[in-house]
Design a protein. Structure first.
Length: 171
């Protein structure tokens, strides 16, 4: 695997892992359930794309239909068919809904800090403890353990590894 390919694959896996620690549209149970249903019941190419989007749903908010199709190794017609199978008039409506969900789930650091300002030390301690427990539980799902394995394989094959620090701030 070339250096560029290893880096690209690693970045994709890191993006997946960073969504574990924050609120993201991919955590929306209704959307995930719709995608699971389509991945089970739809024709093979549409089902395969639905499975891809279970891991890359937030990409819909930022990518054109053609670029999403290219990244999913699919085509634009399949993206349109999936959009309709999910109940949207087309890709634009699907994309707008995902964009709206991404925007709604974002809160600024200042907003989160203001919410914590009046908490007692015990309350803060309990919030941090609960958040840490949720993060660990979310991190070590079977799906994420498989991602860790793929990431390790990419790093083993890479001729050089450049560490990138990711800092998560409570909550």
């Amino acid at each position: 695997m070339g250096q560029g390919c290893a880096l690209s694959a690693f970045v994709q896996h890191m993006k997946l892992l960073t969504t574990i620690f924050g609120v993201c549209v991919a955590n929306n149970p209704d959307m995930k359930e719709k995608l699971r249903t389509v991945s089970r019941d739809a024709p093979p190419r549409v089902a395969e794309l639905a499975g891809f989007l279970l891991q890359h749903l937030e990409d819909v908010a930022f990518l054109s239909m053609r670029e999403l199709a290219r990244r999913a190794k699919s085509d634009a017609n399949v993206v349109m068919r999936l959009s309709r199978a999910l109940g949207y008039a087309g890709y634009d409506a699907f994309r707008q809904d995902v964009q709206k969900r991404v925007a709604q789930n974002q809160s600024s650091y200042a907003q989160r800090a203001a919410q914590l300002k009046d908490q007692t030390d015990d309350d803060l301690s309990n919030l941090i403890k609960a958040s840490s427990a949720r993060n660990l539980e979310d991190m070590f799902t079977a799906e994420n353990i498989a991602v860790f394995g793929r990431m390790a394989a990419i790093m083993v094959d890479a001729p050089q590894i450049c560490p990138v620090v990711y800092v998560a701030v409570f909550p």
